[in-house]
Design a binder for this molecule. Structure first.
Ligand SMILES: [Cu+2]
Length: 314
């Protein structure tokens, strides 16, 4: 059974994963046995009781108490097992342990922002300690989203104007994928983040140092790093092809036509404005759906992005 689970499902990387999988497999196997049994019975009856001659008549059958009680009791027992088992898992999943480490999660079209107790934030990346309960307190900036981490078997809707939460305890260090599982518009499939599970010590170190933007890195390198870390790559390519937004190739210094008919030159100021207040100037031919990065990127990261975009010419 474990081999089948390994084959069918993502790796089990949280304390609740194996219980979720066991119930899932129980429902599947029970469903399969019932399906096969019913199909087989139908097949046998079709053959055995087929009309054999022109004047074959159907006998009058009223009922069979034993049979009817059996096929009522067995499904009731099965359903009660699923209910009790599922309810136990539901209670575990919905009551975070009191010592859980709390991270605030903000979902926006289309990015993930994580805020740690020390005030630091990360975009599209979340760092958590291994073997410790972690609680996400989640809200949405705009529409309905849903946070799903398949490796941890946790999933919860995220709503505007209301908090929802999930918790998990990762059982091994490494990376897992986190994504939005509620269709939320054209950038929905790009709403991805990475969960980095660190050892306790690595996590402490990361909290001390990792949150600060690397001051020594050359600006353009920082820009390249931010381009993926902040998820610009979900909508902007570097090779001249359109994704959701225009490509960054040959952008710097070019003339941009805006939806209001004005033409502007893509200089430093224009790029900075596009990042901080993207809906102020919409490039003609593209939807107005870039999220604002105001307060989400440091000034140095924005300088880095500008330096990086400047270099992209063929
Ligand atoms: Cu979403």
């Amino acid at each position: 059974m474990n081999k089948i689970i390994e084959y069918l499902l993502p790796p089990q990387r949280s304390t609740v994963a194996s219980e979720v999988d066991s119930l899932f497999m129980f429902i599947n196997v029970a469903g399969f046995i019932l399906f096969a049994g019913i199909m087989l019975t139908i097949l046998i009856f079709v053959i055995k009781y087929r009309r054999k001659s022109e004047d074959d008549v159907t006998p009058v059958i009223t009922h069979n108490s034993l049979l009817e009680i059996t096929w009522t009791i067995i499904p009731i027992i099965l359903i009660l097992i699923v209910f009790a088992w599922g309810f136990r898992g539901f209670m575990t999943l919905s009551t975070p342990p009191p010592n859980a480490y709390e991270i605030q999660v903000k979902a926006a079209s289309w990015l993930w922002e994580f805020e740690y107790p020390n005030g630091g934030t990360t975009l599209n990346e979340v760092f958590v300690p291994v073997d410790q309960p972690v609680k996400f307190i989640m809200r949405s900036d705009d529409v309905l989203h849903s946070l799903f981490i398949p490796d941890f078997r946790v999933k919860m809707d995220i709503l505007p104007n209301r908090y929802t939460s999930i918790w998990f305890e990762a059982t091994e260090t490494g990376q897992s994928i986190l994504y939005c599982s509620e269709y939320c518009g054209s950038g929905h499939s790009a709403m991805l983040a990475t969960v980095h599970v660190l050892s306790k010590q690595e996590f402490e170190e990361w909290l001390e140092t990792g949150l600060e933007v690397d001051e020594d890195m050359p600006l353009a390198d920082l820009g390249r790093q931010t381009y993926t870390a902040a998820g610009c790559n979900a909508c902007h390519t570097l090779d001249g092809t359109d994704r959701i937004g225009p490509s960054f190739l040959n952008l710097f210094g070019s003339e941009r036509t805006l939806t209001d008919g004005r033409t502007v030159t893509a200089d430093e100021d224009y790029i900075r404005r596009s990042i901080i207040d993207p809906n102020a100037e919409i490039t003609a031919g593209y939807p107005a759906n870039m999220p604002s990065y105001a307060g989400r990127l440091s000034d140095r990261q924005i300088d880095g992005l500008i330096a990086f975009i400047k270099e992209l010419h063929d």
